[in-house]
Write a protein that binds this ligand. Structure first.
Ligand code: AMP
Length: 531
């Protein structure tokens, strides 16, 4: 019989530093691959895991690596091999987040980047090296990377590394590591060659596979859009604007992402609310009440928070982050299309998540159609349709007569079409301006220094504001370190200030619509300097 699955991070008995990292990353509960893999890795055994990007596989091996590493010992504890530089960078970033509180450091080592820079980093000492096989071998030959202290080796996306012809390189690298190491292999597919590597280089590995229980997919219009991470917010806004909808339920992986997406939507003028595991019962009920009263158009939630929601009029479910397993996909999309209404399930897929999309389709035995994002013209068309419907409804309304009189006065000397066209302009003008503004509101491109976002705040010299005031105000309101705040430029009525990208939303949330020097201020991402 299968063991009962662990469902809480607490059940892993991780150290305080690891628990802090997990909660800072906004993870509410382990993904299925994490539930299965983490205890086995902590017990010291080798693991072959079937998982691809999007399942939470990095943390599945990253958490045990960091848990076992000794921060004071600045030697390479673990080496993670990846097929591509993008994956190496992404994994190193995630490892540094997991290792943040324990002070475990990871560096990516890949071809195409200056080798001297990498040598300098390696010389300083790191606990985890994430690299592409060719460049790792290069460093081993130059003796700038030594692997005799390695305790864990990860072969990530092993099938891709095989396809790219790295098999011999992997053998060469593994030979440099101690025999008593722990070896982990993650792969989306499990062809014979992978099993051969396992038998050659691993010791009695435990296999962790994704369950293939039959899943029943409800009858729902399922569409995916391929978008880059930075394009997701604009894509979402277009969809909300163009679709005929009652309620959008948006799913994100982490609590932080839920907060970010909800506040970004609010900033763009939508009636959006967030809900996740950090909410008290009271806050939850307040959000639900608003939702039921139709005062919210968009609800942003984590899987965990959405589980207990009892709401029926969801017309659209959006997987803002791709579900980490097919079961979650089926549960999420099952929230729409109830009570005889046809629902729409939308999934955002980044180029790297293509395999995860395929896996969902195979396991859930469903077809998700590729969609094309609506253009601004489409959005406009949808608005016109909407107005037409409302006109049709109003024509039967008792109050029509009073307005007919006003319309007659308005059309003196004009044709009805001229009047209608002008009114339409007034009606849509606000919308056009909104849409244009939204286009600018991406925090990806504000013309700031790398890693920073330039914010625009409506206070300036007129209010006798000085840079120190801005730093103090932001640091205090947003609860961040004043040292993190970058360039500040104060103009007559406005101020531009640079803040680290990962704090931008928090800063905006904290100061937007607040008071400073006796004035109500607004804060938003700035327009790029050279659009
Ligand atoms: P990966 O499959 O490792 O590429 O992870 C995909 C995404 O899921 C990354 O953005 C992770 O930070 C996120 N993630 C990993 N584990 C969890 C979790 N337990 N809960 C929520 N998000 C997670």
């Amino acid at each position: 019989m299968e063991e009962k699955e662990i469902i809480k991070f607490d059940d892993f008995n991780l150290s305080r530093e690891l628990n802090s990292a997990v909660s800072a990353m906004g993870f509410e509960e382990p993904t299925p691959i994490q539930s299965k893999t983490i205890p086995i890795l902590l017990s010291g055994r080798d693991v072959i895991g079937q998982a691809q990007t999007g399942t939470g596989k990095t943390a599945a091996y990253g958490i045990p690596i960091v848990e076992k590493a000794e921060p004071e010992n600045l030697l390479v504890h673990a080496i993670i091999l990846t097929p591509t530089r993008e994956l190496a960078i992404q994994v190193a970033e995630e490892m540094n987040k997991i290792g943040r509180f324990k002070r475990i450091f990871a560096v990516p080592i890949y071809g195409g980047q200056s080798i001297d820079r990498q040598i300098r980093l390696l010389r300083k000492g790191v606990h985890v090296v994430v690299g592409t096989p060719g460049r790792v071998i290069d460093h081993i030959r130059r003796k700038t990377l030594r692997l005799e202290s390695v305790k864990m080796v990860v072969l990530d996306e092993a099938d891709e590394m095989l396809d790219m012809g790295f098999i011999d390189d992997i053998g060469t690298i593994l030979k440099q590591t101690p025999k008593e190491r722990q070896t982990l292999l993650f792969s989306a597919t499990m062809p014979k060659e992978i099993l051969k590597i396992a038998s050659r280089y691993m010791q009695n590995p435990e296999k962790v596979m994704i369950s293939k229980d039959a899943l029943t997919v409800p009858m729902i219009n399922q569409i995916f859009y391929e978008v880059r991470p930075s394009e997701k917010m604009d894509a979402l806004c277009r969809l909300i604007d163009a679709e005929d909808s009652d309620l959008f339920l948006i799913f994100c992986h982490t609590k932080r992402e839920v907060d970010d997406v909800a506040s970004d939507l609010k900033l763009r003028g939508y009636d959006a609310e967030a809900i996740h595991g950090d909410f008290s019962q009271f806050q939850r009920e307040a959000v639900m009440k608003k939702f039921r009263e139709g005062r919210i158009d968009v609800l942003v939630a984590t899987d965990v928070a959405a589980r207990g929601l009892d709401i029926s009029n969801i017309t659209h479910v959006v997987n803002y982050s791709i579900p980490q397993n097919p079961e979650s996909y089926v549960h999420r999309i099952g929230r729409t299309g109830r009570a005889g209404k046809e629902g729409v399930a939308i999934t955002f897929v980044t180029p790297r998540e293509d395999r995860q999309l395929r896996l969902i389709q195979t396991v859930a035995k469903t077809k998700i159609k590729r969609g094309k994002l609506p253009t601004l013209d489409d959005v406009m068309g949808a608005r016109i349709e909407n107005i037409k419907e409302r006109i049709q409804e109003f024509v039967d309304d008792k109050r029509l007569d009073a307005f007919v009189k006003m319309a007659e006065r308005l059309s003196e000397g004009l044709t009805p079409i001229e009047v209608a066209a002008s009114l339409l302009k007034f009606q849509l003008e606000g919308f056009g301006a909104e849409a244009e503004k939204r286009g600018d509101l991406s925090i990806e491109d504000t013309g700031a220094s790398p890693g920073m976002v330039r914010l625009f705040i409506t206070i300036g010299r007129q209010q006798k504001i000085r840079p120190g005031d801005i730093v103090r105000h932001i640091a205090e309101k947003a609860g961040i370190d004043g040292k993190a705040i970058g360039n500040i430029k104060i103009l007559e009525k406005f101020t531009f200030v640079e803040v680290p990208k990962d704090m931008a939303e928090k800063v905006i949330d904290a100061v937007h619509k607040g008071m400073m020097a006796g004035k109500k201020i607004s804060a938003a991402p700035a327009r790029p300097r050279n659009p």
